[in-house]
Design a protein around this ligand. Sequence first.
Ligand code: ADP
Length: 231
Amino acid sequence: MNDASRFPALALDAVERRYGRGETTVEVLTGATFALFPGQSVALIAPSGAGKSTLLHLAGLLERPSAGEVLVAGAPTSTMSDDQRTAIRRSQIGFVYQFHQLLPEFSALENLVLPQMIAGLKRKEAETRGRELLAYLGLAKRETHRPAELSGGEQQRVAIARAVANSPRILLADEPTGNLDPKTADHVFGTLASLVKATGLAALIATHNMDLAARMDRRVTIRDGQVAEVG
Ligand code: ADP
């Protein structure tokens, strides 16, 4: 058994995050504790300004906590060097944003191939996996399309495929369907949910869409700087 499988894919232990602003300090997180397990999808629902982006940045090792610990597969990350954190981010964490952020001058397939080649795969292997992922997400006929030649829902499905191209352990998403009409959002979300189940990914998804949140395994919010379970 892989030792890491005994641990949550992602854990926050008493995480604090404050921002200095002139003379004053903004306390965003004041001891956030949270565990996300493999194969689990969790909705993060909180009002604007509550600290969702801050929490996702900390979880994605894009920022360091002011105090407390962020653990990826049981490994504490706060004392790691920037290079170590970058290596973990690249190999174990996938990101999906509200706006797809695909490279506009490359095809859907190339957008999936490039991160895999950066991670060290040969082009042929990367293309094979890229094609499999696009097919899984119902985009087999869109391989050669550039982002501008895809619908909003298709762009977001390519962005999801890209986020998981390197087989991460954790998927972090910030309003991944916030830019889509309700029907398309529903479809994109359904694809994301089945991908999470099929791959054993652990997904933390910030959303304002309560219908979609209701379909996830758990729902959490940020209250007074701490993570609290809801509904
Ligand atoms: P949300 O994503 O829930 O809208 P954020 O995590 O973006 O919330 O922000 C939470 C709070 O932290 C807000 O009050 C915001 O103004 C503040 N904040 C976020 N980033 C910074 C920063 N780099 N410097 C100062 N304050 C920040």
